[in-house]
Ligand binder design. Structure first.
Ligand code: PLP
Length: 383
């Protein structure tokens, strides 16, 4: 199997697996227990927090371990909706459903958005204008889009929010472990999920800025400095720290990311004569992702045909699987529905080699020939 669906989930890294097993075996005690075994588990948790904080450029006391980005985004949305005194929440039109849906539920009728360009990229100036005119209580602009890999000017947005004294939520799920990240100054909340960078599922982090007084994600036993109650998932946290360490070290190495970006770009060039287009044009993207508009057939047939040949790609966001119609991201880009239905997401990982990209291009050429021929005579495909 050749796996090109890292934006849905990345395979567990061996370092993460080893850390998970070691923590499960050596630190199984509850970190809140008063005995020595509990104290050792607590020390290990603290060590992981320091490591994660250092890798993200944050302070250890700002890192709250969660079950993933969805939990973190929901908590931030809920907190500010309650504290906003009727002000609005400003979202980019391409946010992940965990941000969009949480905004709609908690801010009922007080959600504002603005336009993206034809690649789904927003402008920091548009956010700055809304900050001046509409004075929202919270802004959410993701770092990199999960469906297209398009990079947002999130550091500039963070600066604009900081200057305006407005809280900012950055969904950095697809950025973390792929590009270097330094948490910016100001009231910036950052969410991440370990399974996107080689850690296990069901564990993530939320950076809670020091100035966020009274912020509580979950009430109960007062774990995580009172910010997020619930017995800590120490094996998951240890595995996440190990995966983060490995991927952030690679992400900081420009030669590593440049080489992978080049393999991806060479792949795109090979597809051009087959009538395949890049949905995001020349917009800057993560080195690992490309959103392609395929010829001849809808995207689910491409996924099916490539899957039978051993190549795992995706129609878009994993959360959207089974949903009818084009995604909100492709709609925000203004992609005609007919093209949106032919959009395929290809997302690689650190272990994806140049030969994997070549093999995928060869498989696409084969499928294109099959689909072209099938287009000439009616064929009923049995899934
Ligand atoms: N944000 C982005 C950009 C994502 O891609 C995802 C997962 O697909 C999430 C948030 C939610 O992550 P999780 O399901 O791990 O909570």
């Amino acid at each position: 199997m050749t796996y090109f669906d890292h934006n849905a989930t990345a395979p567990l890294l061996p370092q993460a697996e080893a850390a998970w097993l070691a923590a499960s075996r050596d630190h199984f005690a509850n970190p809140s227990s008063p005995h020595q075994a509990g104290a050792r588990a607590r020390a290990e948790l603290d060590r992981c927090r320091e490591r994660v904080a250092a890798l993200l450029g944050a302070a250890p006391e700002e890192i709250v371990f969660t079950s993933g980005a969805t939990e973190g985004a929901n908590a931030v949305m809920r907190h500010f909706a309650a504290a906003s005194g009727g002000a609005a929440c400003l979202l980019s039109p391409v946010e992940h459903p965990c941000v969009r849906a949480a905004a709609e539920v908690f801010w009922k009728g007080r959600v504002r958005s603005f336009e993206a360009d034809c690649a789904g990229r927003v402008k920091a100036e548009d956010v700055a204008e809304h900050l001046r005119e509409a004075r929202p209580a919270l802004v959410a602009v993701m770092a990199a889009n999960n469906e297209t890999g398009v990079l947002q000017p999130w550091e500039e947005v963070a600066e604009a929010c900081h200057a305006a004294g407005v809280a900012y939520l950055c969904d950095a799920v697809q950025w973390v472990g792929r590009l270097p990240l330094r948490v910016p100054a100001g009231c910036t909340f950052v969410v991440g999920s370990a399974h996107k960078f080689g850690g296990p599922k069901g564990v993530g982090f939320l950076r809670v800025p020091r100035e966020a007084e009274g912020f509580v994600a979950m009430v109960g036993g007062e774990q995580e400095g009172g910010r997020r109650s619930g017995t800590e998932n120490l094996p998951g946290v240890a595995a996440m720290a190990a995966a983060l360490d490995y991927t952030v070290t690679l992400a900081k190495n420009g030669a590593e990311t440049a080489a992978r970006g080049k393999w991806r770009n060479n792949f795109i060039e090979r597809l051009d004569p087959m009538g395949v287009k890049v949905a995001t044009g020349g917009a800057p993207t993560l080195w690992n992702t490309v959103s392609l508009i395929m010829p001849h057939a809808p995207n689910h047939r491409w996924v099916n045909q490539l899957s039978r040949r051993g190549f795992m790609v995706s129609t878009g966001s994993a959360c959207a699987t089974g949903r009818e119609g084009p995604s909100h991201v492709l709609s925000a880009m203004g992609l005609p529905p007919e093209e949106a239905r032919r959009t395929l997401r290809v997302s690689s990982g650190w272990a994806t080699g140049e030969d994997d990209w070549h093999a995928l291009a060869n498989a696409i050429a084969e499928v294109a020939a099959d689909l072209r021929n099938q287009g000439r005579s009616p064929v009923i495909e049995i899934p």
